[in-house]
Design a protein around this ligand. Sequence first.
Ligand code: ACM
Length: 668
Amino acid sequence: MRFVPLAAIVAVTVTAGPGLPAQSPSHTVMPVPARIAMTGAALRLDSTVTVAIPGYRDRRLVGAVDRAVRRLEARLGWPLPRTAGVDPTATIVVMVEGAGYAIPDLREDERYTLTVTEKQATLQAATVVGAIRGLETLLQLHATDRDGDFLQGSAIDDAPRFPWRGLLVDVARHWQPPAVIKRTLDGMAAAKLNVLHWHLTEDQGFRVESRRFPALHEQGSDGLYYTQDEIRDIVAYATDRGIRVVPEFDMPGHTTAWFVGHPELASAPGPYTIMRTWGVHVPTMDPTRETTYAFLDEFIGEMTALFPDRHWHIGGDEVRPKQWNESTVIQAWMKERGIADAHALQTHFNQRLFAILARHDRQPVGWDEILQPGLPAGAVIQSWRGTEGLTQATSQGRQAILSAPYYLDHIKTAAEMYLADPLPDGLTAEQAALVLGGEACMWGEYVTMETIDSRLWPRMLAVAERFWSPATVRDVPDMYRRLAINSRRLTEVGPTHFTHAERMLARSFPSDEIPRVRQFLEYARPRGFAGRGTNQLSPLTRLIDAADPDPMTEQRLLMLAGGADQPAWRETLDAHYLRMTTFDTLFANMLPRAPMAADALPLAEALDQLGRVGHEALGHLAAGTTPNEAWFDAAHAAIERIRGKTFGLLRPVGAESVAALIRRLSAS
Ligand code: ACM
């Protein structure tokens, strides 16, 4: 089998049919493999399909193969084999050399090759985790035609670009029950992500059962915490999917919830209550007392039995030194030891903490604030305030991961995050070698168990591709093409991003209006992170919570505007613009029956203006006429009023397509 160079594959362009664009002849695999060649052959899937594991096998591999076969079976609708045999001529053959690491490890070999011919699909990997990655690819090669189901003929030789491909899930600010974590792990496995960074403690919640210090979870969690059995179960679930679980116990700041049950850990007497508001709060651990370290030593000792990963996240971000500055005892203690300021005091704390972790055989990971003079070697630096932390850490010979542009709560588009590379410009080869990868962050201020999936998926698939695929894979339209397909595929393993809006809208809108409300949401994005003014006890049940962070409409309208010379494309685009003018009346009329319609009105009015300008622009294009200066002035003014602006809690979709049409008219 000859491999087509990757560039030739990703360069395949979407071909324009008479109406909407045809499906690209390219593949739908996401993340794009390191090397992939599509052969045009088809391995037909019928009732004779057999599955075999002829080489090495263990419980984890058998389980992974079985899960993949069950997913395929659910798509096909007829029974596939319940057990994998050893016949090397079976339809689907999984050949593995050995177990790899028993506990998922940064050094794991995740490579695999996958060959699909008319007769057979052969997946080969050195390790079980490699096979787990390849099984996800195999499932993405499933397609249908008039003759039924088949796997697309292909030759794939795949390996990740980075060994650390993570997702942070904050379960402290809003509680996320085990079921949410499990379906997130299944989504991660589908995306070939391999690190769950579990942000377990915060000012607003302490989410782990501690048998040694039960006041931590009993008083710091509102009763919403994982039992130790649940933690073990989730870690095992992740292990079965080749996913590491890195717990974060953020300290010395972001720690109020610890102090509700253990005020003696704090730098001021208390008493403390669970923090309900967001932000950077004052309560901070006391780094000057031996009792703090004795407590942490015992606590970490207890927790390491639950979290087997070698890496341990200590947090270290956003420490407010107010309690330290206002305590005469702490100030005197610092003076005695020549500790000059709060940064130096945090470094002292980190030195002690790193020593404790070393005793428990753990390597620290910390947010970039910990990068201060005197920080001991050995920590992985997670750069979140930009790329500077990563550049600085690697210039000091430290390992680093990048999170800065991958904050899912900031509601950037998939494309914006996709185009940000974990290796920023200007790194030397030595520095680049110290970058382990990247992590997206799903912070919990504005997500509940009902809405979190809609913020995670599908954009996370684009970020996951950035972490896995070669750096040269950067074709945004092709990414969105595959994103749309794989977003739907993902629902098969549990994420609810296609159903959450339906469920939410059903509580606030008459059922006959819901299709129209959903149509409106195709032209709406949630506003970004800041400024909503809610806290932990506020409802997150508004229209914004049902909105999609990056509706596919944005891409569709832009593409249609690019092809507006063709009447069929123009008609389709015009239908969108005309629809955009209908929502203000719709929601105004709905108000008496559905008070939540008020959430839509400000954006509906903006969309009305936008749709009118777009419709008029298309009219000129169709007629071949050039608008007068007054029209251009008004059109530009409308775009300026609307593009990138927030209306209520929503932002418009479609302004770029109208702007593109105006540019086109002014150039003609
Ligand atoms: C952070 O976002 N405070 C790490």
